[in-house]
Design a protein around this ligand. Structure first.
Ligand code: AHR
Length: 655
């Protein structure tokens, strides 16, 4: 359905709604199912330059010359002479990252010969922030001075530092230089000028800002992490997504290779580099500077339960569909067992010691592991059973998440869902990338689900506009409001649904492959989409228990374009009602709060709305943000007008 038709349909049904006042009755005394602390979380995958070029604050692209084209991202300035720059490949030097460059400098003055790194679509630089340029070097013949210069888009130097490496007796050394940027720029570049006469080997040429999250050296972009922290997510699922599977097994995500010193983390191509012909991203690799230690640390920082997803011996079934034979599955299972020890084991255990040596002797409190991403078929079930047998025998305390494939219905889904329920899976991970209309018509999806047995993890979802919307324009208010309507159904069924996360999380505006996304970034800015605002409102107002909410004696699941749910927060002593109006007309309503008679006299109503259903938030304007106002609670009820295209969250305190 095109944009116009969809709007018309909503308007027609809304006209009926406007003619009458709706009453929503919440029974505040009938405290129902517990809402899990994990209910609303986030799903992080290195897609759309979410990690390298995104949250991982490294500004130099291809710092260790390991891309398939070892000089991708670098340009040579000045006259080229035979043999003045060589790429050496030495597994004896570093098995994980064997490449480095050898530079011969012949009577050069500063500015005559140098190397420029273009960054990830440029480098985002902030004025007044301290930057650390670091590199590894080995002088074969001393006599060179290295001048590092940060240059803005207009060619002006906005920060610099120099040093003259002494002889190193054939040993590699590390050097760090700091400087403060004099000006802001979104597309700066780093140039190293080599002056003098000599021969030097260089590797791991790196530039980080000092203002990372928690000021950790070589850490994460603070503004991006803050967006996650602000949501107070119940869990963080990582590192994917399809990158867990890899296009082939050789390029699957292997967590053990993402630990320890960053120069020893083996770089691989990012599967999203070549996934979509219309969005090829030839410079997309995984350096694993954001590795499993950092993922666990991030989870801890933002108060989210870690949910790592592991490869189950299957490469992406849309790509090569390679399988590890069952008789060779043990190393994959061992990775899962070792991960529990890495996260939770004592600092004296083999893997606990790795964690402790990286600076975290305390456990990371891992309680869940995902077995595979979007895997399907009997071959998945066979492997899932093997993982479950081994993990449950050794770690019955760890809950396991299993895949229900790529779609929320159809024979593939039915087979997996039925089989996994018979296997008594702890969680079944459902994915739905569907139209806004699908989300509206599935708001009651979980009303009919079994109340016992496996719990649902809505692990990846997003309402997708049609193909005439591209990139960040796909993150419309209408899509977000459809998701909000759907979430009333998840909340109402909190005994069945224990976790939910939108996908994907981040997209770099100049390097994305997949849209819509929850948060758009460029090199200096972050933007929460309307969907981000919806997720955040649900997460910050999740409550502790479900309350029944009825209109005309029925749950509100789309009648007159309205959707609603209610919860109680027993800790904060609040009744929280969520109301969604997907029509383009205002609807006048009354919320009757039956039961408790010790309610506050006023309440806070937060509204997320906009007149234009295809409105978006972008880097220059964010019209779709929640607005709070005080409303009166009179005779245990609140009168309000539900704005068009809106999510309203009403919070009423009680004694
Ligand atoms: O979120 C983007 C991709 O969608 C994920 O990698 C995958 O699990 C799904 O197909």
């Amino acid at each position: 359905m095109n944009k116009f038709l969809f709007s018309c349909c909503l308007s027609l049904s809304a006209a009926a709604a406007f003619s009458q006042q709706k009453t929503f009755t919440v029974n505040t005394a009938q405290v129902g199912a517990a809402i899990q602390p994990t209910m609303y979380g986030v799903f992080f995958e290195d897609i759309n330059m979410g990690a390298d070029g995104g949250i991982y604050a490294e500004l130099v692209k291809n710092r260790s010359f390991e891309f398939n084209n070892p000089l991708m991202g670098w340009t040579i300035n000045g006259k080229k002479e035979e043999g003045d720059l060589l790429v050496l490949n030495s597994p004896a030097y570093n098995k994980a990252n064997p490449n480095y460059i050898r530079v011969k400098v012949n009577h050069r003055r500063k500015g005559e010969w140098g190397l420029t790194n273009e960054g990830f679509r440029g480098m985002g630089i902030r004025a007044g922030v301290n930057y650390t340029l670091s590199l590894q070097y080995r002088t074969a013949q001393p006599g060179i001075t290295i001048h590092g210069e940060l240059v803005n888009a207009a060619g002006k130097v906005i920060g610099s530092a120099s040093f003259s490496p002494a002889g190193t007796n054939g040993n590699w050394q590390t050097k760090s230089l700091s400087f403060t940027a004099a000006a802001q720029d979104t597309t700066a570049k780093l140039t190293l000028w080599l002056e003098g006469d000599g021969v030097i080997d260089l590797d791991m040429i790196s530039l980080f800002p000092g203002d990372t999250w928690k000021n950790r050296p070589k850490g994460l972009r603070a503004d991006m992490v803050q967006m996650l922290a602000d949501m107070k997510p119940g869990f963080i699922r990582f590192p994917g997504g399809c990158i867990v599977e890899g296009r082939d097994l050789a390029n699957r995500f292997q967590w053990k290779k993402t630990l320890g010193p960053i120069e020893n983390r083996e770089l691989i191509i990012n599967r999203w580099n070549t996934e979509f012909n219309h969005r090829l991203t030839p410079d997309y690799y995984q350096s694993f500077g954001l590795g499993f230690f950092e993922y666990f640390q991030l989870a801890e920082d933002i108060g989210a339960a870690p949910l790592p997803i592991l490869n189950c011996g299957m490469a992406c079934q849309f790509n090569t569909a390679e399988l590890a034979p069952m008789e060779e599955l043990q190393p994959y299972i061992q990775d899962a067992l070792d991960l529990v020890e890495f996260a939770n084991g004592p600092a004296t255990s083999t893997w606990g010691k790795v964690r402790a040596d990286m600076g975290h002797p305390e456990p990371f409190h891992l309680t869940m592991i995902g077995v595979g991403n979007e895997n399907w078929g009997p071959q998945y079930i066979e492997r899932a059973r093997a993982f479950a047998a081994a993990l449950k025998a050794k770690h019955p305390e760890i809950k396991l998440v299993f895949s229900s494939g790529t779609d929320p219905n159809g024979p593939r889904f039915d087979y997996l869902n039925d089989t996994l329920r018979k296997m008594n899976a702890d969680f079944i991970d459902e994915h739905y990338y569907r139209s806004p209309e699908w989300f509206l018509s599935n708001a009651a999806r979980y009303d009919q689900y079994p109340r016992t047995g496996s719990k649902v993890f809505a692990g990846e979802y997003a309402a997708h506009e049609g193909k005439d919307f591209t990139g960040a324009e796909r993150n419309t208010l209408r899509a977000a409001i459809a998701e909000a309507a759907f979430l009333t159904g998840l909340e109402r069924n909190a005994d069945v649904v224990h976790m939910a996360s939108y996908a994907p999380l981040f997209a770099h505006a100049a390097a994305w492959q997949w849209a819509p996304d929850l948060i758009w970034v460029n090199n200096l800015q972050v933007v929460g989409t309307p969907s981000y605002q919806v997720q955040k409102l649900y997460s910050l107002n999740k409550g502790t228990n479900v309350l029944p909410l009825l209109s005309d004696g029925k749950p509100v699941t789309g009648q007159d374009s309205l959707y609603a749910s209610a919860v109680i927060d027993q800790h904060k002593k609040e009744i929280i009602v969520k109301l969604v109006n997907v029509s383009q007309q205002p609807v006048s309503g009354k919320i009757a709060l039956q039961g408790k008679n010790n309610l506050a006299k006023t309440a806070v109503l937060t509204t997320l709305s906009g007149n234009d259903p295809v409105a978006v938030n972008n880097f220059s304007a964010q019209p779709i943000v929640p607005v709070d106002r005080e409303v009166v609670v009179s005779k245990q009820s609140v009168a309000l007008t539900l704005a068009p295209n809106s999510l309203q969250v009403l919070r009423v305190k009680f004694k």
